[in-house]
Design a protein around this ligand. Sequence first.
Ligand code: DQA
Length: 151
Amino acid sequence: MYNFLVLNGPNLGHIGKRQPEIYGSDTLEDLPEILKNMMGDNASEISLDYFQANSEGAIIDRLEQAREKKVDGIAFNAGAYTHTSLAIADSLAWIKIPCVEVHISNVMARTEDPIRQQSLIGKQCIGVIAGFGILSYALAVQALYQRLKQK
Ligand code: DQA
């Protein structure tokens, strides 16, 4: 059994309502069902915890807790902290849990805001999935599962 954490940063608690033209109409509550469907027969091999916080400190506390609980992998949408938070990058650097950077939107295509093309946390992640709407989370969990299974 693999224990994964789906972690969301600021302004992600209200996707579905927040700028649906960018982030779509699915909500975080839709995620467990989407994940279960994507994992298919392997769904019973994973357990998922979900956490969303708007503040940097709460996210870092949850990352430290994940280390203590020996979580196997993290699908992490840090929201705007992706682009700004050295503190979160520092946390990922020492807790050493495989982490996939997740974005609902295709941040590389959002050229109106060039800062979105920069990630401070990316260096501490095993990969990035962006641009697939709510499916980005499910793809990240699938990627973590496949990676750990190969080991
Ligand atoms: C986001 C992209 C970020 O640039 C933005 O600040 C978010 C959401 C995404 O999922 O597309 O809050 O991480």
